[in-house]
Design a binder for this molecule. Sequence first.
Ligand SMILES: Cc1ncc(COP(=O)(O)O)c(C=O)c1O
Length: 415
Amino acid sequence: MMAKFWGKSGNIKEEILKDFPIFKRKINGKRLIYLDSTATSQKPIQVLDVIYDFYSKVNSNVHRGIYRLSEEATEAYEKSREKVRKFINAASIREVVFTKGATESLNMVAMSWGLQNIKKDDNIVLTIMEHHSNMLPWRRVARLKKAKVYYIPITSDGFLDLSYLDKIKDAQVLAVTHVSNVLGTINPIRELAKWIHEKGGIIVVDGAQSTPHMPVDIKQLNVDFFAFSGHKMLGPTGIGVLYGREKILEETEPFLLGGEMIKKVSMNDEEWSDLPWKFEAGTPNFVGAVALGMAIDYLKSLGMFWVRKHEKKLTKYAIELLSKIPSIKIYGPLDVNYRGGVVSFTMNNVHPHDIATLLDEDGIAIRSGHHCAQPLHEYLGVAATARASFYIYNWEEDIEALYSSLLKIHKMFNE
Ligand SMILES: Cc1ncc(COP(=O)(O)O)c(C=O)c1O
């Protein structure tokens, strides 16, 4: 994509909204107000066009054929890998593995590195705010290897209680989310990496909610594994990334076996491909990878600092307005300098599913439930929360519409 000159028309809002065909839709006769980008983002026409174009003009399998189409497909696939590398500032494309999404990336780490390295009585440190995808795989490793699991708790204002770490003398792995998909908390990854590295362990970071929303610099964060999904950052479903530190990936046996991503197989032996392909057995989602490359181009044309600034502004406004409704309780840090663009809340006397259903009548899409973080909800003492989340195509008027609909619901059930 050519770098866009945003704001050319003097109206950056209209320029962005024009790129997202879904916003032409009406829900219950109302303008669609999409506040569930934490679950999945909407897609700009540029990404949709790439998918159509690729299947129409280039489609053929990658890293297999030696004919023109296959070479073009392979080149496009690998070009996208380089875009991802640059986007997260990884040292080499050898460290960038394409997967199906964050869940697959995180499972791959546990089922390959984890099963290979974790031993009886080892310590696995998780946090209570983890998404199931960065919790359940490690619990399986712990069960299989008879290792122990610890959970870093949270403070009353939604931060990780780092004083808990003083109690852990020895640990082999720390699995932690960069940004909580419920509380919005931005965790101090660099500091946590230092803590586990001093113990000789590794850090596995769930970047599903940070990569789409803020600048991510792998070298600066100094992490060993980092996972994210394309569909949450304007890309299609079925494509994601696992970043792994080169030295660790070299020493790790792949989890998925088979396909072309292998150098040689004899009756009794096999030789893996070079990095990163040794982790990409089977036909990869090359169309998804190419479309993710376009999504990255789109985000870069706005600038990730702009994206973060935009969401900070919306989150601050949402917290400000929702705090005016007395029956609402907001979870997570209130200072947007430490919080991503997600606001989870409950309202007295109304179940979050009912809030979501009533908002839908006004064309407003939010999420309700446990957001795949059931232990966190148990810890917070609630079965479910309602969650509004923001992205590049949301504006102040969306927050105002959310506020006035919530005020209506408040009046219905609390006055
Ligand atoms: C923090 C976090 N981790 C992991 C995931 C899983 O991502 P995916 O469903 O794309 O694999 C999500 C998705 O909601 C998430 O919010």
